[in-house]
Write a protein that binds this ligand. Structure first.
Ligand SMILES: Cc1cc2nc3c(=O)[nH]c(=O)nc-3n(C[C@H](O)[C@H](O)[C@H](O)COP(=O)(O)OP(=O)(O)OC[C@H]3O[C@@H](n4cnc5c(N)ncnc54)[C@H](O)[C@@H]3O)c2cc1C
Length: 551
């Protein structure tokens, strides 16, 4: 048996355990998972939907496989890593020996160094939010299920909320709080909301759209301190001296990869735990890192699709490695591989293997999950293209109705797009972008669906989608995968989720999966369209997004 310890039982660690046990057909691995959070793993992506009242906390639980080869230790953070003895020590003193170690410790909410954010005894704490850190009453991060529970509870009495940070999470939190009837102000020190995704023109359209939702904004102004009276937050003081009254402050000021365990054990850490193409630490061939805590050569995205793709890839790799090395006792709990020190400090060459469905193309598509605000971005932004003469930018901007669509084309391909308030065209552009399909000779046609929905330019029929079109981006599930699950007996979206995992990420692909199910189900298609082979456009089976979903 090869002893494998996974540290972190979040979205990626728990998925890795599933992937590994499924791939380990020879039963060589004995797996122990150590999770800091006491609850079962859950879908963190949907926490902003919980704040918005669109998802129930109870429905977020992710599956945990049952296997005699699996031990799950919840509510026990790994406190120390001893690479010499190959032992993980938990906070309650348990010592777990490993032959392979997978770090999936995720990231934590960043707490900016502002006066008043922490309760008095914690003023000199870390710059990250963890359960043990005490924020001032009324101040909350939004990273964990406990955070979401507390924010929702706080909205029952809060009259005014401030969201500090106008990035993706801040926008989602602000719209969610507004949906609950709280008066919200977003404070964002950069000159544009979502400045990592939007230029000034698009940002302005978003500002106006937010104002229409009743959300107040202070853009280009930072905060200096949280004002606290009687131990409870009463407002946020801004750079320009203004005091924004608030009894609830939600911090959306970025995340910090959780790397302290790795750094304490002498592993190379930059922003995240540095790993190579095989997700292995360059310092120790026995140690791997995946998910938000990892820093692979291409950089970490902070998005779950990347972590889940790493999970599939690492599970496949470890099982291949296990089989290949069985005869040489590599990975045995009693032996080291030839030429490798017991602590693994001399890395050996690896065979590189990529999961067949790994999809990095289009991994920078960002889709806001915000009630009443429709923003989708991908690739380059027109104003970022500097003086690249190969790129051409076309824009349709109509701030008064909250609509802004920009496309950037180069070499006959779409290399970037920004869509605000233009859901249908966004769906088509994501498809064009991620599939790298040629754009029309006159790229202005890419903007037309935003103006005049026309059958030819409107929603796509499932029949028209190529089999390899990705429907669920979080899980890399294609139209063909979904068709196979239906032909294999799936009769509901839940069945398809069980068979393929589609819809189990951000959930944005649910409508598309249902449209495909309708189209593929014979009972709903007496003329044969339900076979999935009859390329007849059916009005009732329109699919809006092939790849916007991000789910
Ligand atoms: C509100 C919100 C909305 C989001 N929306 C999206 C979205 O729309 N799309 C998207 O792709 N991504 C989104 N994300 C990001 C997504 O949730 C992360 O990419 C994903 O959770 C990463 O998974 P992970 O397992 O690497 O980290 P996590 O899910 O953070 O899990 C890490 C786990 O490790 C545990 N841990 C840490 N240290 C230790 C230790 N020493 N010992 C034991 N356990 C430890 C932590 O407690 C945690 O349970 C969102 C995140 C939030 C908070």
């Amino acid at each position: 048996m090869t002893r494998l310890v996974v540290v972190g039982n979040g979205m990626v660690g728990s998925r890795f355990v599933e992937d590994l046990l499924a791939a380990d057909t020879s039963g060589r691995y004995d797996v122990t998972v150590v999770g800091e959070e006491a609850c079962e793993p859950y879908n963190r992506v949907l926490l902003s939907e919980v704040v918005a009242g669109k998802h129930d906390l109870a429905a977020l639980t992710l599956p945990t496989p049952t296997s005699p080869r699996l031990t799950v230790l919840r509510g026990q953070p790994a406190a120390h890593l001893d690479r010499e003895d190959r032992v993980v020590v938990t906070s309650d003193g348990r010592r777990l020996r490993y032959d392979r170690l997978v770090l999936a410790t995720g990231s934590a909410a960043r707490v900016p160094p502002l006066d008043g954010l922490r309760s008095r005894d914690q003023q000199h704490g870390h710059d990250r939010h963890r359960g043990g850190d005490h924020l001032t009453a009324g101040v909350h991060a939004l990273r964990t299920i406990d955070d979401a529970r507390e924010v929702v509870a706080a909205t029952l009495n809060a009259r005014r909320a401030v969201v500090l940070g106008g990035g993706v999470l801040g926008m989602e939190a602000a719209c969610g709080l507004a949906r609950r009837g709280v008066v919200v102000t977003v404070v964002h020190p950069a000159s544009t909301l979502m400045e990592r995704q939007l230029d000034a023109a698009a940002g302005r359209v978003v500002e106006l759209a937010m104002a229409r939702l009743g959300i107040d904004q202070r853009v280009g102004v930072g905060a200096t301190s949280a004002v606290v009276e009687g131990g409870h937050l009463t407002g946020l003081r801004l750079d320009d001296g203004e005091l924004v009254p608030a009894d609830l402050l939600v911090l959306a000021t970025g995340t910090v990869p959780s790397t302290s365990l790795a750094a304490g054990a002498g592993l190379t850490v930059d922003r995240g735990v540095v790993v190579d193409d095989d997700l292995r630490s360059p310092d120790d061939h026995r140690v791997f890192a995946i998910g938000d805590c990892a820093q692979p050569p291409e950089g970490g995205t902070g998005l779950v699709a990347q972590g889940w793709e790493q999970s599939r890839r690492l599970a496949a790799h470890l099982c291949r490695e296990s089989v290949a090395s069985a005869s040489a006792s590599f990975g045995s709990s009693h032996s080291s591989s030839p030429g490798v020190a017991a602590n693994g400090s001399t890395a050996r060459p690896l065979s590189t293997g990529r999961a067949p469905r790994s999809s990095t193309s289009g991994s920078d598509v960002v889709r806001l999950k915000a009630h009443g605000l429709d923003v989708v971005t991908m690739g380059v932004c027109g104003s970022d293209r500097a003086d690249d003469p190969a790129q051409r930018t076309l824009r349709l901007s109509d701030p008064d109705v909250g609509r802004h669509v920009e496309v950037v084309v180069s070499g006959g391909r779409l290399v970037g797009a920004t869509c605000v308030g233009a859901g249908a065209v966004a769906a088509d552009l994501v498809t064009t972008y991620t599939r790298r399909t040629p754009v029309p000779a006159d790229p202005a046609y890419l903007l037309l669906p935003a103006l005049a929905p026309h059958p030819a330019a409107g929603p796509t029929s499932p029949a028209d989608l190529a089999d390899d079109t990705t429907v669920c981006r979080c899980n890399g599930v294609t139209k063909a995968d979904i068709a196979a699950s239906v032909h294999g007996g799936a009769t509901s979206a839940a069945d398809i989720a069980t068979a393929t995992r589609a819809t189990t990420g951000c959930g944005g692909c649910r409508d598309d999966v249902c449209a495909l199910l309708d189209w593929l189900t014979p009972a709903s298609s007496p003329d044969g369209a339900g076979t999935g082979e009859n390329h007849v456009t059916k009005g009732k089976h329109m699919i809006h997004s092939t790849e916007t979903a991000g789910s």
